[in-house]
Ligand binder design. Sequence first.
Ligand code: SF4
Length: 223
Amino acid sequence: MNQNTSNDFLQVLGLFKEHIEDILSQEGNILVEENVSIPIEETLDKVKKEINNCQKCKLSHNRTNIVFGVGNEKAKLLIIGEAPGYDEDIKGEPFVGKAGQLLTRMLIAINMKRSDVYITNVVKCRPPNNRNPLNEEISTCEPYLLKQLNIIKPKIILTLGNFAAQTLLHTSTGITKLRGKFYFYHDIKLLPIFHPAAVLRNSNLRKPVWEDLQLLRDEYQKL
Ligand code: SF4
């Protein structure tokens, strides 16, 4: 290749690179050093703004606050409960009542802090009188949870109670049978355990919960 041909070739390569960058920026992506495109619009703040004043299901009628989620946005562990309760609805923060205090103690028992993890629920608004969320409410709210998952990209998901496990694992099997082992949600390890509120009601659940927390601790320490 003579000098002129080589210069022409480099010029064409440069134009081609500019063209690709134009296309990516028009599609709402940015080009990073390793030529990996990242959607610009997906941040927790943006999803939180999007959810603000959501009226997509009937749970909007009685709520005081939407309970979006709280914690470390780069957490390796994402904890997903079922729905906000009375205290959470008032404060707009998940797991701040008695069950939340127990969750904090459960984390401390395996040498973790709330600030290490991100905590949210399957549905973001409190069901009236703390009833179970309905299937249509879960499916309407699920896209918000999936966006949170996609942004946080945890290494492990801990689900609390029936609904979080059943929603992510697409199963009707109950938590009593599901608990005690890891599953995969796409390529993320998922451990279903009893909800702390259930443990407060039934002290017999303390033993299986402690066994499951040890499984979680061992897996987390490998990260
Ligand atoms: S539960 Fe979810 S979908 Fe229903 S109103 Fe609240 S934020 Fe919207």
